[in-house]
Design a protein around this ligand. Structure first.
Ligand code: SF4
Length: 347
């Protein structure tokens, strides 16, 4: 079987990079077996159908779907940090917060679509939204599984309380391995001590409220840390229920190249076999719906906005000619049909 990581590659500046193959799904499952196992059981307990969990990983084995497996929502693309490998602060898109009207439209769409999962993420920090508590409560009441990605740099307890009280199923907290120095160097504006304090507090609140929310530490890893990954996982395990290894990858739109993985498909300008257009559709803070999050920030093709939920339904947009073209193109490996995917890191 092909491996998920391959040998160092030397570029023109004689920098060495470890190559990461993001589209090798079986190798990825093996690499993240323990956290995936826990997430799998949690999803089944939350009544996510088994067929849907398999389809999410291997959509090519099934007929094309007419609704997404999950919907991603961006409460805001404003962030309280500046991370060296993130595009949030680079101003590729106008910044703002989702209005109550846009959220109501989104909620209405999610209910009509009868989607099981909503993923709260985007190009900013969702917990900065002043309506966080209300929004997550409404979503939790409307779908079987809600998860949220945060940097955990909250300045007060009301945020973890809001998330746990709303019975969010999973909280993903993104951290950098390598101790305080590396963490604060990678995330301008972040404080390592605050992170640790907040992680302990979150566990305390979870125990106090007897919540079943899963705390997932998303551990961002650099090639130089490869030899000590097990030690790092052991350290971060004290702060969460699972630790998910996430190799930090080079993205063509961000000029950052220090100690970072190169993705095979970007290196050789391949067309990755990608599951994104089968599984997901994303709604931005202003209601715009994109074909794929990756296209919003890539160099070259302009952002692929399919429509806006104030005018179109998510179901219509998921089944629009462009989405069908890209699904068929990926499934049949008809590369002429997926021009924007060339050199993308894929999903
Ligand atoms: S642009 Fe990238 S992430 Fe989007 S569908 Fe194409 S390969 Fe997948």
């Amino acid at each position: 079987m092909k491996r998920i990581f391959s040998q160092f590659d030397s570029d023109l500046n004689n920098k060495e990079h470890l190559i990461y193959d993001r589209t090798n799904k079986i190798a990825e499952i093996i690499y993240r077996f323990e956290p995936y196992r826990k997430l799998f059981w949690q999803s089944l307990k939350k009544r996510i159908p088994l067929g849907e969990l398999i389809r999410a990983r291997f959509p090519f084995l099934f007929p094309n779907p007419c609704k997404p497996i999950y919907t991603t929502v961006e409460f805001t693309n404003i962030c309280n940090l500046i991370c060296v490998y993130c595009s949030s602060h680079l101003g590729f898109r106008p910044q703002g917060m989702m209005s109550s009207e846009t959220f109501s439209k989104f909620l209405q769409n999610v209910r009509e679509l009868d989607v099981n999962r909503v993923h709260i993420v985007g190009n900013g920090e969702p917990t900065l939204h002043p309506e966080l508590s209300f929004f997550v409560q409404k979503l939790s009441q409307s779908v079987k599984y809600v998860d949220v990605v945060t940097n955990g740099q909250w300045s007060n307890e009301s945020i973890p309380y809001a998330l746990i009280n709303a019975a969010v199923d999973r909280i993903d907290i993104s951290v950098d391995a390598g101790g305080m120095n590396n963490y604060e160097k990678s995330r301008r504006g972040a404080c390592f001590d605050k992170l640790i304090f907040n992680l302990r507090k979150l566990q305390e609140i979870k125990r106090e409220l007897k919540a079943s929310t899963l705390i997932n530490i998303r551990l961002m890893l650099r090639p130089s840390q490869k030899y000590k990954e097990r030690k790092l996982i052991a350290y971060w395990s004290q702060f969460g229920d699972i630790v998910m290894r996430s190799p930090l990858v080079h993205l063509d739109q961000i000029d950052y190249d220090e100690d970072i993985y190169r993705v095979l498909q970007e290196e050789i300008q391949a067309y990755p076999k990608c599951i994104q257009v089968f599984n997901n559709i994303s709604v931005m803070w202003n209601g715009d719906v994109s074909m794929c999050d990756f296209l919003l920030y890539r160099k070259g093709p302009s952002a692929m906005i399919l429509g806006n939920i104030h005018k179109d339904s998510i179901k219509e947009l998921f089944n629009c000619p462009m989405m069908i073209q890209y699904r068929n193109g990926h499934k049949k490996r008809n590369l002429e049909k997926i021009p924007f995917c060339k050199g993308c890191i894929g999903d």
